[in-house]
Design a protein. Sequence first.
Length: 233
Amino acid sequence: MALQISPSILSADFARLAEEAKAVEGADWLHVDVMDNHFVPNLTLGVPVVEALGKATDTPLDCHLMIEDPDRWAPQYIEAGAGSVTFHAEAAAAPVRLAREIRAQGARASMALKPATPIDPFEDLLPELDMVLVMTVEPGFGGQAFLDIMLPKIRRTRELISKHGLEMWLQVDGGVSASTIERCAEAGADVFVAGSAVYGADDPAKAVRELRDLAQEATSVVRPAEDGPTTAR
């Protein structure tokens, strides 16, 4: 399982976004939280800033739309340069149609779930997606503490993905740090959004590497080889 780190620009210095984006260019994605002050009680950035970020970094953009009416707005973020677009299950009017439209425009389609939203009602929708995002805090603000009670939901989501034999990613967002990423990885997550843990570090690029290493260690399983001594895979 390839593990990926997606630093959240929400925790960066907004006066230096281009520099902050370059500071984590060893990351797999740059996570961009789009908030509209309606779906969540905060206002961040929109299409023009996403477009500017896309020109400032070679790291692909992972746009998390915490907004009302993503059915209408999601395509604009693809046009702005997003390589992955996440809409919320609680906000989308027609999630299957929206996921297909995102894919048709060349981006990865992802669906996010708030902490109180279970995954099981969306089981039949999973084949339409490239990723599921399990929120491990309430969306709307950075710097919140990780909710351990979300670990069973991460495991359940991984079970459903495996049940259907899907090649899709499972992302976690909220309170991911050196002290929590291993638990998330063990539960089945393979894409990790980290804000304060990366941008609060003296060396953000080093923090990305260390987080990836911790997640990798947590998912390394020692199994007996068919011939010879035990090996770690």
